[in-house]
Design a protein around this ligand. Structure first.
Ligand code: GLP
Length: 242
């Protein structure tokens, strides 16, 4: 695991965007595994900037996102589809038909999950998977559990995640209670993983996830077993590790 220290959020975003940009340049038809949350917003903004400048071409890229809320339509401004469209898809030349997320509107969880597993398999898996880190160590929406789930599954979100995501909704009652998420097994199959972390409030979980025991109670700890992980974190997020 390679840990890159960034000065602050902007520096983290630039460094992470540089890694993604180099992936797109080296392999123009790559599969990018993408993430939502507030942490990667700055990374996407840099990619859009470099695309506008003519430095990046997404026309042959395929994207597979980590997760989607169950029950939210693409038009709902809190859906992860909406987020991706707003921050990246509508601003670069990626082909809309090559951008994939689990289908939040599919009420049959088994179907939604098996469809998404098939989409990921057909795309050939991610060349580079971008990840944020939840305060409880979740990646995608893989919440602390007794086992690491391998494939796409439907999760009941924990109280702490519902509370953390409340800020994006009008009230806590509107926060969906379930989501479809790629499994830890699928995430671990990505050829390369890039984790972005920012802020002092993540310092404790950074220490636990990347320097503590490997346990499904801290889903991100599985990343310690992957052979090609880069963590780009700002100084605040790294403040509890040397
Ligand atoms: C959300 C997402 C995760 C994200 C995490 C952290 O619940 N499902 O993919 O990494 O929370 O979000 P943030 O970057 O806003 O702290």
């Amino acid at each position: 695991m390679k840990i890159i220290s960034a000065k602050d959020y902007d520096d983290m975003s630039r460094k992470a965007a540089n890694i993604i940009a180099s992936q797109v340049i080296m392999k123009p038809d790559c599969v990018l595994g993408l993430a939502t949350g507030s942490t990667p917003v700055g990374t996407y903004a840099r990619l859009v900037e470099w695309y506008e400048r003519g430095d990046l071409d997404f026309s042959n890229v395929t994207t597979v996102n980590l997760d989607e809320y169950k029950g939210l339509t693409k038009e709902n401004d809190q859906s992860y589809f909406y987020f991706m469209n707003k921050h990246l898809f509508s601003k670069v030349n990626v082909k809309p038909e090559r951008t994939f997320l689990p289908d939040g509107t599919e009420p049959d969880s088994e179907k939604a999950c098996s469809d998404y597993n098939r989409i990921i398999a057909e795309a050939g898996g991610a060349d580079l998977q971008l990840l944020g880190l939840g305060h409880n160590g979740h990646i995608g929406f893989n919440e602390p559990a007794d086992v690491f789930e391998a494939k796409t599954h439907c999760v009941d979100l924990t109280e702490s995640t519902i509370k953390a995501n409340q800020r994006f909704f009008a009230s806590i009652d509107e926060v969906p209670r379930q989501a479809y998420t790629m499994g830890v097994g699928t995430i671990m199959k990505a050829k390369r993983i890039l984790v972005v972390v920012s802020g002092e409030d993540k310092a404790k979980i950074v220490k636990e996830a990347f320097f503590g025991p490997i346990t499904p109670r801290v889903p991100a700890s599985a990343l310690q077993l992957h052979g090609n992980v880069t963590v780009v974190a700002d100084e605040a997020a790294l403040s509890l590790v040397k």
